[in-house]
Write a protein that binds this ligand. Structure first.
Ligand SMILES: [Zn+2]
Length: 215
């Protein structure tokens, strides 16, 4: 009897341990790792802005769009060309939690990775944004960031590239950093398309309210 009871207690503890370490279905296990604490700390996003020329990418152009040359992200460059955008500010595209902020191998340079919740607190839907080739990093792993908050500056990886921001948006979270190019785009979203359909809505609502008040 005693042994049956202890077996039941043991099995219950396994079940509860399993619940604690459960990851979302779109979680890959080869990335920096996202703890339960960071998932719980992740705020709900209220919409998405562009990462440069806040909030609409004013003064910047997308030199290599998602899908071109098997590119897995967008390359944001200043309209001035060359290195004119070196050290320009880079902003978080939405509220989120920094899951990684460090130098990555090969020609990635300094990279910030941010987890976003596009669902609700009760039913979270997670995606990730990746900001690469940064000159400086202004955030640390575990830090909560707001949409439009400066997270770093545009870099050129010590002259490997002309200065630009490589931005990825991933719908599989916590993948390995990868190569930036691949024939297989599973786990990656077209960043510009995603941002355009996910803009914050409060600005329009405010204008409508004001217009009504004036009448
Ligand atoms: Zn790129």
């Amino acid at each position: 009897m005693k042994s049956i009871l202890s077996t039941i207690i043991f099995q219950m503890s396994i079940i509860s341990m399993g619940a604690v370490s459960d990851k979302p279905d779109n979680y890959a296990f080869d990335g920096p790792g996202i703890s339960q604490y960071l998932f719980e700390k992740c705020p709900v996003a209220d919409g998405f802005d562009f990462p440069v020329g806040k909030p609409n990418a004013r003064g910047y152009y997308n030199a290599q769009k998602f899908g071109k040359n098997l590119h897995l992200g967008d390359d944001w460059n200043g309209n001035g060309g060359g290195n004119s955008d070196l050290k320009d500010p880079v902003y978080s595209i939405a509220h989120g939690i920094v899951i990684s902020a460090k130098r990555e191998p090969q020609n990635w340079g300094n990279v910030v990775r941010i987890l976003h919740n596009t669902g609700t607190r009760q039913k979270p839907v997670y995606i990730e944004s990746v900001y690469a080739h940064l000159d400086k990093i202004h955030v640390r792993r575990g830090k909560a960031v707001r949409r439009g908050q400066k997270i770093g500056t545009i870099g050129n990886v010590g002259g490997v590239y002309l200065a630009h921001l490589h931005l990825e948006i991933r719908d599989t979270i916590n993948k390995a950093i990868g190569d930036g190019y691949d024939r297989i785009t599973t786990g990656y979203l077209n960043p510009t398309r995603f941002i355009k359909k996910s803009r914050p809505r409060y600005r329009k609502r405010k204008k409508t309210r004001r217009a009504k008040i004036r009448k």
